[in-house]
Design a protein around this ligand. Structure first.
Ligand code: FMN
Length: 188
């Protein structure tokens, strides 16, 4: 089983989403002895933001990198993404990855009946962390919704969210949020 583990928080060891994504991957490894993990740390090794040059395939090095990360996404049986909420959305590093894997003809295609995802047959776990409390489907939550939409657009509809929220609202709330998230992870 191929696992693609992605982190994107800028906070290193202090990061909540990193702690959660790491625990999810550890759990997957425990349950699946054959798990092989590819790891992307988008904060430490950022992927270049999309430019016209990259989009038009005029930069050979970036074109090769683009092919590689698309293939890595297509090959994965499970994707685990650590996603911090920054300004109601995703980190720019994670958005840069999304912009590079959302490629027509590779991860989706347009048909007469609308877009069709080409990266299906995998499961995605979103390790979501946010300072405030939003719950499900908040109109100001552009973090989880965007990830679910992008995964769905590429054909990945089996998306499970492991969320710790309210983590900047005091130690008590944070501890409870982390404990609840860890309980969910243990049930994977
Ligand atoms: C630049 C920045 C922007 C943030 N924006 C929000 C926000 O819009 N809403 C919110 O609830 N928390 C916000 N937070 C708090 C983070 O979501 C929270 O600290 C979370 O734990 C971040 O994930 P991490 O610990 O994995 O870095 C922000 C934090 C930073 C550093």
């Amino acid at each position: 089983m191929k696992v693609l583990h992605i982190d994107s928080s800028i906070m290193g060891d202090a990061s909540v989403s990193r702690q959660l994504s790491q625990a999810i991957v550890a759990q997957l490894k425990e349950k699946h002895a054959d798990a092989q993990v590819d790891y992307l740390d988008l904060a430490q090794q950022p992927i270049a933001h999309l430019t016209a040059e990259i989009l038009m395939g005029k930069d050979a090095e970036q074109a090769a990198l683009g092919e590689q990360i698309i293939q890595q996404y297509l090959d994965a049986d499970v994707v685990v993404v650590g996603a911090a909420m920054y300004n109601f959305g995703l980190s720019s590093a994670l958005k840069a990855w999304i912009d590079r894997i959302s490629v027509a003809g590779k991860t989706f295609k347009y048909t007469e009946n609308g877009p069709v995802g080409l990266a299906g047959g995998k499961k995605a776990y979103i390790a979501s962390s946010r300072g405030g409390v939003y719950g499900e489907n908040s109109p100001v939550d552009f973090q989880e919704g965007m990830l679910k939409t992008v995964f769905g657009f590429t054909g990945v509809n089996d998306v499970e969210i492991i969320r710790a929220e309210g983590v900047n609202m005091g130690a008590e709330l944070k501890d409870k949020a982390m404990a609840d998230a860890m309980t969910k992870i243990q049930a994977i």
